[in-house]
Design a protein around this ligand. Structure first.
Ligand code: FPP
Length: 290
């Protein structure tokens, strides 16, 4: 298992020159504590274009390069799942020309990337209310999803016409439909596992690390259920400027976090069990008798 993890880090190091910044960053990562699932809110394309007095769509076009590099770096690192927020349910509110450009870019990306996805054993999946996509976009998306479905390396989830609340509603309706078919609706009792296994991401571990670019401190209806214990990382970098260095820095920062899932950190828990309890420092002693 350990060998497997080092194998992937080796794949990243092979793409880098010793001494360059990314090589140093990659060297300082702990290959045994990589996030299994990274989710990214790719924000700031419009502002990037605005700063250059370009139309907003130029920012979306410039956002394709960072998508390619992020996918490649995650594959080389040995991350298992990468989820990218490409189009939210709310994005339909944008001008029609912008929305149409986003579909054109998606189709361009799919066509351009298929050979590389195959070569690198990457599986592409799409999450969201896909039935509302323009038919041609849906066809091309389905064909890349099918073509890569047997790949066993990195899973890339493209969130398209995606909303976190809509996903939860869809999961609950799927559970209700199944219960109706099985005739068990009268005794139906929901639990967390039932909801998790009916989400679009049912086959994936929950994200460990959620990255948002462009500095906004919002979740924007992204993976609401799944990010319950994700580590959040917000960078001021606008998405078109997001580089491999930014990604490695986010992973390094993630590795410094103490993930407690509502409990105590490992060291603190051991200390508490071994000393405070042994010394009888109970709540009553700290607070005094009532
Ligand atoms: C948010 O920036 C970004 C989007 C709504 C679209 C993301 C799309 C890409 C990165 C293009 C390529 C992606 C794929 C998968 C082919 P914004 O427009 O909200 O920026 P702003 O907040 O500065 O206005």
């Amino acid at each position: 298992m350990l060998y497997y993890k080092y194998y992937f880090m080796k794949a990243l190091l092979e793409a880098l020159q010793p001494g360059e910044k990314d090589w140093e960053l990659a060297q300082s990562l702990d290959p045994t504590r990589l996030p299994a699932h990274i989710a990214i809110i790719m924000d700031g394309n419009g502002r990037w274009a605005g700063q250059r007095r370009l139309p907003r769509v130029a920012g979306h076009k410039a956002g394709i390069g960072p998508v390619r590099q992020t996918v490649e770096t995650c594959a080389r690192l040995g991350v298992k799942v990468l989820t990218l927020y490409a189009f939210s349910i709310e994005n339909w509110k944008r001008p029609r020309a912008e929305v149409e450009t986003l579909w054109r870019l998606l189709r361009f990306y799919l066509r351009q990337e298929l050979p590389d996805l195959q070569k690198n054993d990457i599986r592409l999946q799409a999450i969201g209310r896909l039935e509302a996509l323009p038919p041609q976009v849906r066809r091309e998306l389905d064909s890349v999803v099918d073509a890569t479905s047997a790949n066993r390396g990195l899973v890339v989830n493209l969130a398209i016409n995606y909303g976190g609340r809509a996903e939860i509603v869809d999961a609950l309706n799927a559970i209700l439909d199944m219960a109706r078919i099985e005739g068990s609706i009268g005794s139906l009792k929901l639990d967390e596992e039932m909801i998790s296994t009916n989400l679009y991401t049912a086959s994936c571990p929950d994200p460990d690390l959620l990255i948002r670019t462009s500095g906004e401190m919002r979740i924007s209806n992204f993976l609401l259920w799944q990010i319950a214990y994700a580590e959040l990382y917000v960078t001021g970098t606008l998405w078109p400027d997001f580089t491999r260095t930014d990604l490695l820095q986010a992973v390094l920062e993630y590795q410094k976090r103490d993930r407690r899932y509502g409990g105590l950190s490992g060291a603190k828990a051991a200390q508490t069990n071994g000393s405070e309890e042994a010394r009888g420092e109970t709540l009553i002693e700290v607070l005094g008798p009532s």
